[in-house]
Design a protein around this ligand. Structure first.
Ligand code: GSH
Length: 281
């Protein structure tokens, strides 16, 4: 778990719970939703990904990968959204966000691990290739490469500039829709993703659904259980405190712009079904 005592005295002296986030970041929303579910007081720090505030020296001192979210808890830094959820559970066990049944706990862990493992290869590849486009201007890339040591992130951001390999894009689409198919199926069997208790599994995947929906990257008409589940999560007080209140006034405009771009790029508002991946001969 990337929990570490940061050597920077300014960071070590930070008191309370601080979350570094961005209003469109699904990963950051995992953390803010969980803290709200736990009834904790925490302070939001917006890091503007659009202006690349995440690549400043100052922010790299907090998160050495330059990603949001980061949690600073009484001077201890925790990065990686799913690891942060596990840290939150350790520190603030009540109310629990894991089921008590060991088998169901394992299932929750599986959904959480799947969210981490598929973030760059599936979720990010799908989002940047269909909606977001180049993540950095070429001039910004130089600065980024001087600081970033993570090879997967370097390769990913270079690919957003040069254009994605189409086979990988199609694979990302298929994998993402396979996740939505599984989620739809599970939600037909019980109230929440794992059994009848709201858990980290719901938090881990709701944020991706919510992001895909609000920027129009996926048409969820064929997923009634997911839409119903999403609406129920949006009604929870944690959504108000953990997501809605962090939205700047211009968020609806940005989402409208992204929805329009997504519609143009995907050739109309038809349901975004995964396209077949060509088989190699
Ligand atoms: N595995 C990380 C992924 C975090 C991540 O990719 N965050 C995005 C926003 S959702 C970000 O900071 N992007 C900026 C960048 O890639 O430079 C986690 O779960 O926290």
């Amino acid at each position: 778990m990337p929990v570490y005592e940061n050597t920077d005295p300014d960071i070590r002296s930070m008191k309370g719970l601080r979350v570094y986030h961005y209003f469109l970041s699904n990963c950051a929303q995992r953390v803010t939703l969980a803290l709200e579910e736990k009834g904790q007081d925490w302070t939001p720090h917006a890091i503007n990904l659009f202006t690349q505030e995440n690549t400043t020296d100052e922010y790299f001192r907090i998160n050495p990968k330059g990603l949001v979210p980061a949690l600073v808890h009484d001077g201890v830094v925790v990065t990686e959204s799913i690891d942060i959820l596990r840290y939150i559970e350790e520190q603030f066990p009540d109310p629990p966000l894991y089921p008590s049944d060991p088998e169901q706990r394992r299932e929750v862990d599986n959904w959480m691990d799947a969210a981490t493992e598929n973030h760059v290869r599936v979720v990010k590849t799908f989002m940047y290739s269909t909606v977001l486009g180049a993540s950095k201007k070429p001039g910004m890339m130089e600065n980024y490469l001087k600081k970033q040591e993570d090879e997967e992130l370097i390769a990913f951001h270079k690919e957003t500039l040069s254009g994605f390999d189409q086979t990988r894009v199609l694979e990302a689409e298929r994998n993402l829709f396979a996740f939505y198919d599984d989620i739809e199926k599970e939600l037909g069997l019980h109230q929440w993703l794992v059994g009848d208790e709201f858990s980290y599994a719901d938090i881990a995947w709701f944020v991706t659904y919510f992001m895909n929906r609000r920027v129009g990257a996926v048409d969820f008409r064929n997923y009634p259980n997911i839409r119903n589940w999403g609406d129920r999560i949006i009604q929870r007080p944690s959504f108000k405190g953990g997501v809605a209140r962090l939205q700047p006034w211009y968020a609806p405009l940005v989402c409208l712009m992204l929805r329009t771009k997504s519609r143009l790029q995907r050739g109309g508002p038809a349901p975004a079904q995964p396209r077949p991946v060509p088989q190699s001969p």
